[in-house]
Design a protein around this ligand. Structure first.
Ligand code: ADP
Length: 310
């Protein structure tokens, strides 16, 4: 169902190459004025999904609906798109490039020139507007790419890994710019770095091998996955190892998930009090020499790791 505040709705979106399904029956909705991060490890299907949304790749099946418009009008009119590796003409100035991009979108020379001026100022390139792009830093090029994607005032801005090729300074520049843009334009960007998602987005989508494994507002996804975690480390003696093995294999004390970590184990538990009591009793009974006991909460990092794990 499309709601009034929705910008784009994707239903059962699928892309196959021969026998290989790289995006499988993905459903999501992008809402007005929200910033969404499309997360997933390399190969998860982020670029493929984005290229289908941008109208550059034909879905094998499924539907992409823009602003409640099911007709086949060109989605590129309402979408601004920045590819993962944008190509610039090094000999052009930033301003010339913007006007060129505007003309390609069908703007008159005057309109393109006006929009170029305004957007270059917006992305902090007013002073460099007449310099050759060849002399721009990575962050400047990426900001120019974002300005270019906005030249026709799209309702939705889609960026493929906008931060990944940048050094820390460029990263900070692009983050600040996106933080500003998302106040008035709906934004979708892909990243394989969770930190980049957390810093900017309202909603997240996590892809794993072409399937959407988590989606929703960041805070809700966090709450939904919030579980107490206990990390236990022990001396490396035989009794301790055997004891730990029993915890790793068994279904003791409401343990939802048990993983081996470097010098011990990590337990995700349902009820912290019950689990802690059972664990301490068992440690005492078995005479295990523990070196560390940590209580914490599962983080979005854990959820991401879980989502991308085999
Ligand atoms: P991501 O952007 O998350 O790194 P991609 O969308 O680029 O992932 O790729 C998803 C999967 O689709 C990968 O396994 C990739 O090898 C495969 N793939 C992408 N393009 C093609 C293609 N043209 N032919 C066959 N397989 C492809």
């Amino acid at each position: 169902m499309m709601r009034g505040g929705d910008v784009l709705n994707v239903t059962a979106l699928t892309k196959r190459y021969d026998a290989k399904t790289v995006v499988e029956s993905v459903n999501f909705t992008l809402s007005k004025m929200r910033c969404t991060a499309l997360l997933g490890p390399n190969g998860a299907g982020k670029t493929t999904t984005i290229q289908m949304l941008a109208g550059l790749l034909r879905p094998s099946s499924g539907q992409i609906r823009l602003l409640g418009d099911a007709s086949d009008s060109d989605p590129r009119r309402s979408i601004g798109y920045l590819p993962q590796h944008p190509a610039f003409y090094a000999w052009m100035s930033g301003r010339e490039y913007m006007i060129y991009a505007g003309r390609l979108c069908g703007l008159t020379r005057k309109a393109a020139s006006g929009a170029a001026e305004e957007l270059l100022a917006r992305v902090g390139l007013a002073d460099a507007a007449r310099e050759r792009i060849g002399g721009y830093s990575g962050g400047m090029k990426q900001r120019l790419g974002i300005a270019q994607a906005l030249i026709h005032r799209p309702k939705l801005l889609i960026l493929d890994e906008p931060m990944s090729a940048l050094d820390p300074i460029g990263r900070r520049e692009v983050m600040a710019l996106l933080r500003d843009i998302k106040r008035e334009t709906t934004v979708l960007y892909s990243t394989h770095v969770l930190h980049d998602a957390e810093a900017l987005c309202d909603d997240i989508l996590i892809l794993r091998q072409g399937e959407l494994v988590e989606s929703g507002p960041l805070s809700e996804v966090r709450d939904r996955n919030r579980q107490p975690v206990i990390v236990v480390e022990t001396e490396n003696d035989e009794a301790s190892r055997g004891w730990m093995e029993r915890w790793l294999q068994g279904t003791k004390a409401d343990v939802l998930n048990a993983d081996r970590v470097e010098r011990g184990m990590r337990l995700v538990v349902r009820d912290l009090e019950a689990a802690r009591e059972a664990l301490l009793l068992d440690i005492a009974r078995a005479g295990v020499r523990i070196t560390r006991l940590d209580i914490g909460q599962m983080s979005l990092e854990d959820i991401f790791m879980k989502a991308v794990a085999e």
